[in-house]
Design a protein around this ligand. Structure first.
Ligand SMILES: N[C@@H](CCC(=O)N[C@@H](CS)C(=O)NCC(=O)O)C(=O)O
Length: 202
């Protein structure tokens, strides 16, 4: 099994999940310019990471990859078995992927939407404002909890990855003590540390 990633980007969530599962895996760092080259486009026509290759299975899209890994390794208990609890975990995974990550796409991927520099700045500001609003929802969800859904799941590495982006952009999260505590707990986790170090991050 091999994970294609760019350091610090959304595949970090999958990288941490692979560490938590604890089975052997390979990784391949991909430079941004390589994403749009034919060799990589053959893996993912969209030209983005993550890509997970498992034998003859080539899987793209973070949600599909994370759920695949959780279901392949039920012993890691990264998705609840109970149908309602599993639906709730999927709800939060979608929240982080389709809402929160999407908001950051307006910041990091603003050049993909318009060539106009002023419009790009507006997009980035709008993305950050949206992300702050969504962090507020997660702040409430984390009240009294160690993990987003109450038990450790594939949602947590994804939220951690996005929180790293917020820190790198120097967004002010001081109004979100539960999120900051979650970030610190994840920083102290051995699987998180291993994935972060393997990607050459601090
Ligand atoms: N919908 C995809 C989005 C993947 C995505 O946005 N990947 C980013 C890194 S976080 C990327 O590869 N960006 C480079 C590009 O699109 O050129 C997913 O959920 O996996």
């Amino acid at each position: 099994m091999k994970l294609y990633y760019m350091p610090g980007a959304c595949p970090l969530a999958t990288h941490i999940t692979l560490e938590w599962i604890g089975k052997p895996y390979d990784t391949q760092a991909v430079a941004r310019n390589e994403l749009k080259e034919p060799a990589f486009l053959a893996l993912n026509p969209v030209g983005s990471v993550p890509v997970l290759v498992d034998g003859d299975l080539i899987l793209t899209q973070s949600v599909a990859i994370l759920e695949y890994l959780a279901e392949l390794h039920p012993e890691a208990a990264l998705l609840p078995r109970d149908v309602r609890e599993r639906a709730d975990a999927r709800r939060w995974l979608s929240f982080v992927n389709a809402d929160l990550h999407k908001a950051f796409s307006l910041v990091f991927g603003k050049a993909g939407y318009t060539d106009d520099a002023a419009a790009q700045e507006k997009l980035a500001a709008g993305g950050k404002a949206k992300a702050m609003q969504l962090f507020g929802v997660l702040e409430k969800q984390l009240e009294g909890k160690q993990w987003v859904t109450g038990t450790r799941s594939i949602v947590d590495p994804y939220l951690y990855t996005v929180l790293r982006w917020a820190h790198s952009l120097k967004m002010d999260l001081s109004g979100f003590p539960n999120l900051l505590a979650f970030h610190e707990r994840m920083n102290a986790d051995s699987g998180v540390k291993a994935a972060v170090a393997a990607q050459g991050l601090q």
